[in-house]
Every structure is written in structure tokens, then in C-alpha cells.
Design a binder for this molecule. Structure first.
Ligand SMILES: NC(=O)c1ccc[n+]([C@@H]2O[C@H](COP(=O)([O-])OP(=O)(O)OC[C@H]3O[C@@H](n4cnc5c(N)ncnc54)[C@H](O)[C@@H]3O)[C@@H](O)[C@H]2O)c1
Length: 334
């Protein structure tokens, strides 16, 4: 439990609650704050895809099996429906719903879903007297030099990162006018952990490499596996969200482990759990590819009291059992 408040009779809305991070939050509150009323809202998957073949929305009912709260199936772009849903007042809104696929090229749908719909929900939340905690992204930094500090090098390389930066800029504008509003944006870095399986090709490299190693005894990495990322375990992301409920100061914060690790480090950790496997280094076809991301978490530590607890080794150790179970399920279906 990350905060002292029991949240008795408090109403919490989690948008994107059938996704990876949203469903993890829903179960956190169900377990540690059973007196709170938790409502999950998600569009769920329909089978509709982008030209890449990736699904337009990734929410999956299986992420919510065991969740006993209310579930609403709705599209955040449906303003009328959102107005109706928000006739009920929420004390806290954890806004995770988004097109989370960073490779989507359709700028219109990304901007509408990630930015415009968010702004509408933000106004509804604040008008109802609620607090907003929302998912931003390290994508706002593009390929700027690490460590990535809030307010520095905010130069996204794709429309996904741009849409998240627009969210943050809109919030900065609102906070400049209204310092009493409780709005906290969390720039997640590379999140991994339980319940990410249904993200498919957009799931973390930790899951993808773990499954490749078990299926083929061989994994593929872009040459030469030395690109660095700030990999952050889901439990630390939950901690940041929950602590944001009692943030000393509204604003935008980084959520990472605070340490950059390379893809070869992931392989080293996986080998300690799965035994030896081969690595093939292949050419990187992408013109844009981040070489080094690393969250400067000093502001998050100071104003959110955020303290990441999981190193890459500890996070993978905690997660490996689920990766093995996913593999066993996949193998049965082959
Ligand atoms: N996982 C990461 O590494 C990471 C990193 C940075 C930022 N983020 C952000 O964190 C949030 C959660 O990401 P996630 O990894 O859980 O992804 P996810 O795709 O599993 O979750 C997003 C959820 O939003 C839902 N959704 C999409 N469009 C919707 C719409 N129009 N109306 C209602 N629901 C809709 C999806 O169905 C899905 O369940 C997203 O905002 C994402 O951009 C994630």
C-alpha cells in the first residue's frame, strides 16, 4: 500500500482499464483499498486494425478476470457518452486510455484520441471536483540526449510522442491559470510486467525476448544490443500513480527506474532464469530509433515521494513466472 488514506467511499475511475497498466491499477485498488469504489472504462478490442495490422484498441476482458468493480464499455472520443458518465462525480480519474502503439501514422486519430478526448475528460473531472492523474510518455523526449529531464529536450519524433506532449502542454496552461487543480502527468518510460501480454507486438522487449528464447532457443536484436532504455517494472508505475494522488505539486513527472540498461542486459537476466540461448544481431531498419533513454526522477522523488523499488534484475525475477506461464499456454495452442 503506497498511501495512508483508506479511500473509504471514494470513487475512482480508470480509463483504459482493460489494458496493461489500467487493469494493474484496478487490481491494486481492489486489493489494498477495498473500501474505494473502482470503475473501469475501456473501449475494448473490436478486431479493427491499423494498416500495420496492429489492433486499434488493445483492451482485453481477460485482463479484468477477478475484478469485481463496475466495467463500462465506451469510447473516450464519444463526448456525449462521456458527459453522461461524468454526471456521476469521480474523486480520482486515472486516465490510461490511449492509442498506445507508437508506430501509428494516422495523425488525426492519435491526436483526437490521445489529446482532444483527454482534454474533454480533464475538464469533466475538474468540473466535478475530482483529481486527474494521467499517462504521458517518455516519447515526449524523442531522441534527445539522456538523462531526460522535465522541460528539456521535449522534441518528439512521432505523432504518439507529440500527442502526449500536447497533453502535457495543455495541462501546463491550465495549471498556470488554476494552481489549485490537482493534475499529475506521469511520463512512463519502458514499462514491463504482468498483464502486458495482450499488447501483442507492442508489448515490452522483456516479454518478447523471453518468449523468443523459450520458443526458439534463439533471440534477435538490432545490432549490437547496446541501445539503452529505462525499463520500469509495473509495480513501480503503480506506486507512482498512487503517490500522485497525494502529490505535493501538480505537474508533469518522469516515471522510470532512473537507470538506463541495454538490451544485452535483458538477455543476461533472462539467461539466469531460462538457461543459455543464442543471439542473432540484425540490421536496424528504422530511421528513427532511440539510442538512450533514462529518466531523471529527481522531481518525482521530491514532489511525489516516488522511489522505484525494482532494478531490472529484480523486475525480471518477479515477472519470469508469468512469462513461463504465457509460454506454456502458447505451446499448448501450437
Ligand atoms: N506501456 C508502456 O511502456 C507505456 C509507456 C509510456 C506511456 N504509456 C501510456 O500508458 C497508458 C497505458 O498504456 P498500456 O501500456 O497499458 O497500453 P494498453 O494499450 O494496454 O492500454 C490502453 C487502453 O486504452 C484503451 N483505449 C484505446 N483507445 C480507447 C478509446 N478511444 N476509448 C476508450 N479506451 C480506449 C485500450 O483498449 C487499452 O485497453 C497509455 O496512455 C500509454 O500511452 C505506456
Amino acid at each position: 500500500m503506497f498511501i495512508a488514506d483508506q479511500l473509504e467511499n471514494k470513487k475512482i475511475l480508470i480509463t483504459g482499464g482493460a489494458g496493461f497498466i489500467g487493469s494493474s491499477l484496478a487490481f491494486y485498488f481492489q486489493t489494498y483499498h477495498p473500501q474505494a469504489e473502482v470503475v473501469v472504462l475501456d473501449k475494448f478490442r473490436s478486431g479493427e486494425t491499423f494498416p500495420s495490422g496492429n489492433l486499434i484498441s488493445l483492451g482485453h476482458f481477460k485482463n479484468l478476470i477477478g475484478f469485481r468493480g463496475r466495467v463500462i464499455c465506451a469510447d473516450i472520443n464519444d463526448a456525449k457518452k462521456m458527459n453522461k458518465i461524468f454526471e456521476e462525480k469521480f474523486d480520482y480519474v486515472f486516465h490510461q486510455a490511449a492509442i498506445s502503439d507508437t508506430t501509428v501514422m494516422n495523425q488525426e486519430i492519435v491526436m483526437q484520441t490521445n489529446h482532444d478526448a483527454f482534454l474533454h475528460l480533464l475538464h469533466l473531472t475538474l468540473n466535478g471536483g475530482g483529481k486527474m492523474i494521467y499517462a504521458s510518455s517518455a516519447g515526449t523526449y524523442g531522441n534527445s540526449p539522456a538523462p531526460n529531464c522535465i522541460g528539456v529536450g521535449e522534441i518528439p519524433e512521432n505523432v504518439y510522442g507529440f500527442s502526449k506532449l500536447c497533453m502535457d502542454e495543455s495541462v501546463r496552461g491550465i495549471l498556470a491559470q488554476n494552481q489549485d487543480a490537482h493534475i499529475v502527468g506521469l511520463r512512463y518510460f519502458n514499462v514491463y510486467g504482468e498483464r502486458e501480454f495482450y499488447k501483442g507486438k507492442t508489448a515490452s522487449m522483456i516479454l518478447q525476448l523471453g518468449l523468443q528464447a523459450m520458443h526458439h532457443k534463439k533471440v534477435r536484436l538490432f545490432k549490437h544490443g547496446e541501445q539503452k532504455r529505462d525499463f520500469v517494472y509495473i509495480q513501480d508505475v503503480i506506486q507512482a500513480n498512487v503517490k500522485a494522488m497525494e502529490a505535493q505539486k501538480s505537474g508533469v513527472y518522469n516515471v522510470g527506474s532512473g537507470e538506463a540498461r541495454c538490451f544485452n542486459d535483458i538477455l543476461k537476466c533472462l539467461k539466469t532464469h531460462l538457461g543459455e540461448f543464442d543471439v542473432e544481431y540484425i540490421d536496424n531498419p528504422y530511421a528513427f530509433y532511440q539510442n538512450h533513454t533514462e529518466a531523471d526522477i529527481s522531481l518525482s522523488q521530491k514532489f511525489l515521494n516516488y522511489q522505484p523499488k525494482f532494478s531490472l534484475e529484480e523486475g525480471i525475477s518477479a515477472y519470469i513466472q508469468e512469462i513461463k506461464e504465457i509460454y506454456a499456454r502458447e505451446k499448448k495452442c501450437l
